[in-house]
Write a protein that binds this ligand. Structure first.
Ligand SMILES: [Zn+2]
Length: 245
């Protein structure tokens, strides 16, 4: 099952501890976090930050295994990557504004939090959906670098991506791969694929070419010949073929 973006917008109320209402100067980076809160969903974090009264913290978007939830408008500051008094470790993210002085990365970056499962892992669907969120943001704001919170301030966040550098490298590499799937998950593109694949002749071309390219195996031809495939399955095969590297 392909993970879809399932992006929901539900903003928390303005609150000096989590949504100060300051304007972002611009977007120059996307910063990845994890919640360090086992079992907490995106909705749980909406509630938490909507009522936060005892410390300064927040992020723009929370991603869990079923959806992505924007809790702070993407043109406002969230408190997610500025715990260093000397400012960010990445000089280009040092920004200041009269309403939020000190030279910090919260003025020019968007913070995205990955939610955790009860056992403290990050579900693969959460990771896949986070990639889709990043692609959406890159389309919206330009292709700015993606940093871990760790890169910006040295905080061990997201811990799994700090403990294992390879996971982080793979995450960045997967950005490219998932991009095609994102494109094909767009309803317009999908509709035109469906239309095209109504014809038996086109289906046969896709099945033969897909098997030859190694996008999927022979068993799918048998299923097709036995009329075991629904229209959606055939579109899925076409997408696999079209996105095969
Ligand atoms: Zn963080």
């Amino acid at each position: 099952m392909t993970v879809t973006l399932n992006y929901e917008v539900k903003h928390i109320n303005k609150n000096k501890f989590s949504r100060p209402g300051y304007k972002l100067l611009h977007v120059k980076a996307l910063v990845i976090h994890y919640t360090a809160n086992n079992g907490g969903t995106a909705d749980n974090h909406f509630n938490y930050f909507n009522h936060l009264r005892d410390c300064y913290a927040s992020a723009h978007i929370f991603v869990d295994r079923s959806k992505a939830l924007e809790i702070i408008p993407l043109n406002e500051v969230a408190f997610h990557a500025n715990e260093r008094e000397k400012g960010p470790l990445i000089p280009s993210l040092k920004a200041t504004a009269p309403y939020y002085p000190g030279g910090n990365a919260n003025l020019n970056s968007i913070g995205i939090e990955m939610c955790m499962e009860k056992d403290g892992t990050i579900h693969p669907d959460t990771i896949a959906r986070t990639l889709l969120v990043l692609q959406k943001l890159q389309k919206q704001f330009g292709v700015w670098p993606i940093y871990r919170h760790y890169d910006v301030t040295g905080k061990k966040c997201p811990a799994p991506f700090v403990a294992n550098e390879k996971l982080w490298t793979k995450f960045l590499a997967d950005m490219k791969k998932e991009d095609d799937e994102l494109k094909f998950s767009s309803p317009t593109v999908r509709k035109s694929f469906e239309k095209l694949l109504e014809s038996k002749a086109t289906q046969e071309i896709v099945i033969n070419a897909g098997i030859e390219a190694g996008a999927f195996n022979e068993s799918w031809r048998t299923k097709w010949e036995n009329k075991e495939l629904a229209a959606g399955d055939i579109v899925g095969l076409a997408v696999l073929f079209a996105t095969k590297k």
